[in-house]
Design a protein around this ligand. Structure first.
Ligand SMILES: Cc1ncc(COP(=O)(O)O)c(C=O)c1O
Length: 404
């Protein structure tokens, strides 16, 4: 992701910014498209992961659909050319305004998360003389074996409709004449790295589709959600294993003739394509701790503070190549100089909160004011969660192919 030319280019730019490696993004999308097309699977990109306009344009150009969780995401998807017949709208709290907007946009499907929501969509669709396609988001009570802050498919989570409420769903669907039942939807959590979890999900989906068919509701769409994880520890050239992921569903999902299988991947498509680039403002060497104080903090990337998430942190300015050391002998010799002394730092941001810390006790080469620091694997749930807290400037974006 970073060669010398790229790092030299960064020297002239104001920090902090997100750096998007569009080639990494392209390769990731290519790998996903190839692996899913093999089985005839449909992928909707979960836009919440990153709605940077350049990123959206590239994802759309690969023919993926869009999975949206707000009216504005539905609008952005359509504005960026995602076909409305490939836009799905999930979310546990859709407002009437958002539902009306999506009805007017004639989107493919609402993923409905409560019986009450079914009734409201029915009412709003009726007022417009329309019929809305719906899929029922079921909370399958399957443990995603990921961090509890990003687990969504357990009984204690707010998402989806619990299995014991399905008789009420059936009653509502029979009553609601402005709804067309398309299928069932699941999403059990994010950053899932244990593919066994998806086998358990398949078993539950198979049971659930039988339940609906037995109650007189033919299931056309099986939407398995997203959640495929990425490797935050070794980001270089490490694209998610889409082959194995889709193969699990091919092997364990009971797909009947005429059914479509849908996926809603977010993180796995975009995470490795971006890094947050920042500069060291100050170095504070305390008695107990060394602090590297960056010009980026939780206002630019909140995942470590919000989810205790790990991101690899690199000092780009202290790389041997960046310091002009080319031969192995030079690099070896440089290891003896003070510049390559390894120290432990708490890497923190400038925000007035003690939680504004990217990571504690990071081993880094001795670092200095002005050094460029990369926080890797920041393409998912990074820029989109940036905030203006402390009245900070909005974080900028820089692309490997030209500057925005
Ligand atoms: C309903 C739904 N689908 C898909 C996703 C995408 O998840 P991921 O980015 O982990 O693939 C999310 C993320 O929270 C979600 O809530």
């Amino acid at each position: 992701m970073f060669n010398n030319t790229t790092i030299n280019r960064f020297q002239d730019l104001d920090t902090p910014f997100y750096y998007y490696d569009m080639e990494v993004l392209r390769q990731t999308l290519d790998a996903c498209r190839e692996a899913s097309a093999k089985h005839g699977f449909h992928v909707h990109y979960a836009m919440k992961a990153n709605f940077n306009p350049r990123v959206l344009d590239m994802i759309q150009s690969f023919g993926f659909g869009a999975d949206c969780v707000s009216g504005n995401e539905v609008r952005a998807a359509i504005e960026h050319g995602f076909g409305k017949d490939k836009v799905v709208f999930a979310g546990v709290g859709k407002s009437d305004k958002e539902i009306n907007f999506a009805l007017d946009a004639d989107i493919f499907c609402f993923n409905v998360e409560s019986v009450q929501e079914l009734e409201i969509i029915n009412e709003l669709a009726g007022a417009k003389g329309k019929k809305a396609n719906v899929a029922i988001r079921i909370n399958p009570n399957v443990d995603a074996h990921t961090h509890h802050f990003i687990t969504t498919g357990l009984d204690e989570n707010k998402f989806g409709i619990n299995i014991w409420q399905l008789p009420d769903v059936a009653t509502a669907l029979r009553k609601c004449e402005n709804l067309k039942f398309l299928g069932i939807h699941f999403h059990i959590g994010s950053q899932i790295t244990d593919l066994e979890v998806y086998k358990s999900l398949c078993t539950r989906i198979n049971e659930m589709q039988d339940w609906f068919e037995d109650h007189g509701f033919p299931v056309k769409v099986l939407n398995t959600g997203g959640g495929l994880g990425v490797d935050y520890y070794s980001p270089n050239g490490n694209i998610a294993d889409f082959e194995s992921y889709f193969q699990v569903f091919k092997s364990f999902l009971n797909v009947k003739p005429g059914q479509e299988v849908h996926f809603e991947l977010g993180r796995a498509l975009v995470a490795q394509s971006a890094s947050l680039i920042s500069r060291v403002l100050y170095v504070k060497n305390g008695k107990k701790k060394n602090f590297l104080i960056l010009d980026a903090g939780m206002t630019e990337l909140i995942r470590p503070m919000l989810y205790q998430a790990y991101h690899l942190i690199e000092n780009l300015s202290r790389r041997a190549e960046v310091r002009g050391l080319r031969s192995e002998a030079e690099k070896q010799a440089s290891d003896l100089t003070p510049h390559t002394t390894e120290l432990k730092y708490d890497v923190v941001g400038p925000i007035c909160e003690s939680t504004d810390c990217f990571q504690k006790d990071v081993d880094l080469p001795e670092s200095f004011r002005g050094d460029l620091i990369a926080v890797r694997t920041a393409g998912a749930y990074g820029e989109v969660m940036a905030s203006g807290y402390n009245l900070r400037d909005h974080v900028q974006s820089v692309y490997s192919e030209g500057v925005a």
